[in-house]
Design a protein around this ligand. Structure first.
Ligand SMILES: *[C@@H]1O[C@H](CO)[C@@H](O)[C@H](O)[C@H]1NC(C)=O
Ligand SMILES: CC(=O)N[C@H]1CO[C@H](CO)[C@@H](O)[C@@H]1O
Length: 240
């Protein structure tokens, strides 16, 4: 979105069209993004503007257009704007906003469609297609998020329904493992949070990390396994 805006301005600048430029600027805050249709683009260099707008829209709905493939071990229950998805790993549900519709096009294929043609519907389309896929994958294969403890003496262990973290505080940190999530610890330092609800996994993993976000000097702390901690050099630090 930002890049298309820049492109527009760039183009206008190129053409040295001062009055349309003013027009754009004075209207930037008043819903340039929200209600583009109100822009009288015909008074400005139309071809390029139209082009960028088209590109943005294609991008937004490309994900939305992909069908959601439902494996045979998952059952779908559709009722109005509500979906319930049941599989070997659990059951999840979702309510769709009125901008999108979900339908079963054939056995094993779900499609999310736009109910209206608005900018918001474009955004909801891609988002809810992804969320629908997350439900199906969540109850059939599941998701996980891995964290790594970095620091001398930092340790993690699972005790019953709690995750216990030794992070150099005067007391160990005890975190209740939410219902529906599984936590495993390997070699006292590698934590895996798994389950069927992707957003819940993400939230719990983030709340673990929040106890000791990796600090930028030695990278000490709790990081996501795939996270790259940008190192800063200390005052006495030397290049490595
Ligand atoms: C459900 O089916 C999918 C696709 O066939 C498969 O990948 C997945 O492992 C199955 N889930 C379980 C828990 O058996
Ligand atoms: C300066 C200018 O052209 N302002 C326009 C901003 O957009 C509104 C409609 O959204 C126009 O009515 C204004 O003329």
């Amino acid at each position: 979105m930002k890049s298309s805006l820049l492109l527009c301005l760039y183009f206008i600048n190129l053409r040295n069209l001062t009055s349309p430029l003013l027009f754009y600027f004075s209207n930037l805050t008043s819903g340039f993004f929200g209600e583009r249709n109100k822009l009288r683009v015909s008074s400005a260099p139309t071809p390029r503007v139209g082009f960028t707008r088209k590109v943005t829209e294609c991008k937004e709905s490309r994900i939305g257009k992909q069908p959601v493939v439902v494996p045979s071990n998952v059952t779908i229950n559709l009722e109005g704007q509500d979906i319930k998805v049941k599989g070997p790993l659990g059951e999840l549900g979702l309510t769709y906003p009125r901008e999108v519709l979900v339908e079963r096009v054939e056995d094993g294929i779900l499609r999310v469609r736009k109910a209206v043609e608005t900018r918001r519907a474009n955004q909801m389309h891609g988002l809810f297609r992804t969320l629908t896929d997350n439900l199906v994958v969540g109850v059939s294969k599941g998701f996980d998020k891995k964290l790594q403890l970095v620091g001398v003496g930092y340790r993690a262990m699972v005790e019953g329904k709690e995750l216990v973290l030794n992070l150099g505080f005067s007391h160990p940190v005890k975190m209740a493992i939410p219902e529906g999530l599984t936590v495993k610890v390997e070699e006292n330092t590698r934590i895996t949070v798994s389950g069927s609800d992707k957003s819940e996994i993400g939230q719990f993993a983030a709340s673990i990390r929040r106890w000791r976000p990796p600090e930028p000097y030695k990278g000490k702390g709790i990081k996501y396994a795939d996270e790259i901690v940008r190192r800063k050099e200390g005052k006495a630090g030397k290049k490595k």
